[in-house]
Structure formats: C-alpha cells, structure tokens
Design a protein around this ligand. Structure first.
Ligand SMILES: *Cc1c(COP(=O)(O)O)cnc(C)c1O
Length: 221
C-alpha cells in the first residue's frame, strides 16, 4: 500500500525548507509525474491534495485524462513530442507543455495550433548540461531561440524554461546545470523555471526553481 498523504506531506515539508532558503515569497508549484502510475493511484494522490500531474507520452496523457475526466486535474506534458503526435496533444489541451525543445518543433506546433484556432502555453527546454541523450536547446542560444519563438509563433504562449538536471553523481555538476538555467530564466522576465525531480528537487529550488516535477518520491511504496 502506498501512503500518498505521507509521501505528499514529506515532499511539501522538504520543499518548504528549501524554498525558505531562497526567500519567504518564493512559491514553488508541484507537478506529480504520474508516468509510472495508473489512474487509481493518481486519484488517491488527488484526494490527498495534489492537483497538477505530468505525463511524458501523449497516449498516456490521453488515456489517463479520459479515465479521470471527472476530476479537475491540471495536466502537464513533460516528454519528447513526436511530430505525428502534435495534433493529439493539441486536442488534449494541456495546462502547460514543458518540453518545447527546438525552434523547428515550435514552428510545427504553432502551425497546427493555427489550423485548430487554439493556443498552448509552453516552456522552452534547455539542455543545460549539454548531454547527448537529452533534448533541448543549448544554453548559449537559449535566449535567442526563446525570443525567436516569441516573435514568430503567435499561437504559442512561452511562459518559461525547463531543464532536467545533469545526469551525474556529482552534486556540483547538477547544481551547475540548474544555475545555468536559472541565469537564462532571470534574463527573460518570464513566469516558470521548471527544474527538479525526486532526486534533486531541493537543490533545484535552492537554485531558483519555482516548478518541480516529482514522480518517484510521491508514488513510492
Ligand atoms: C520522469 C520525469 C520526471 C520525474 O522523475 P522522478 O525521478 O520520478 O521524480 C521529471 N521530469 C521529466 C521530464 C521526467 O521525464
């Protein structure tokens, strides 16, 4: 049996400690990453008080949001978006798309949004540690790409940046990837700095994250 309430409260307690190190007005939003969980578990966590959920596959987002359509859940898309899934994602009207990872994808998404006369709130994903395995724009061009998307994709509402911390045992490397992203965020005058997962969310918050994406720590046994 998973004790959802205990998991959630333990995460909130740790977030409180971390965010207060930044300052008393630094508010952090939690997205529960439900990609390895079923609708039954999402519902239980929902009734413990968690409202925002993130999925990394369009099919899973579709299936779970349908199964749980009675609940006013705020759904986030956090995964790699394949071209052939763009229309499906638009139909699902996610609250926020965290993983806009190139100008090309932005152009494709924008033109499909225009056809459907819809808008989407998105974050620009930054490959802050320049890892082969990760999507996103490299830090050097992030501001330029952000402004380019803002100027030429009028159906996309860019509301911030997202990064996945460096895949490393070395805390300094992870910290550096968060600091690099926060420095870009600060130059943009935008709303969300989405960074931090189960293994590194306290560090991410101390580096300035205001949106954490937490899976394992909320859904663990
Ligand atoms: C899976 C995933 C998370 C959550 O990871 P946990 O380690 O389970 O907290 C966060 N962000 C993205 C983009 C993910 O794919």
């Amino acid at each position: 049996m998973i004790n959802f309430s205990e998991n959630l409260h333990s995460v909130i307690e740790k977030i409180e400690k971390a965010r207060l190190k930044v300052n008393a007005h630094h508010i952090v939003k939690i997205i529960a990453v439900s990609k390895y969980s079923n609708s039954g578990d999402i519902e239980k966590l929902y009734f413990s008080g968690q409202r925002g959920y993130g999925e990394n596959r369009v099919q899973d987002l579709k299936a779970k949001s349908k199964e749980l359509n009675e609940l006013p859940i705020e759904w986030h898309f956090i995964g790699r978006l394949q071209k052939n899934k763009i229309n499906h994602l638009i139909e699902l009207e996610p609250f926020l798309m965290h993983s806009l990872d190139s100008f090309e994808l932005a152009k494709d998404l924008d033109s499909r949004l225009k056809v459907k006369d819809k808008k989407m709130d998105c974050l620009l994903q930054i490959n802050s540690a320049k890892e082969e395995s990760k999507a996103g724009v490299v830090p050097e061009v992030a501001i330029e790409e952000f402004n380019k998307i803002k100027e030429s994709c009028s159906s996309i509402n860019l509301t911030g940046v997202m990064t996945i911390g460096a895949n490393s045992e070395d805390r300094d490397k992870i910290k550096n990837s968060f600091e690099v992203t926060k420095a870009i965020f600060d130059k943009l005058d935008t709303k969300y700095c989405s960074m931090g997962m189960s293994s590194d969310y306290e560090l991410a918050i101390e580096c300035g994250s205001n949106l954490v994406r937490i899976g394992g720590a909320l859904f663990k046994q």
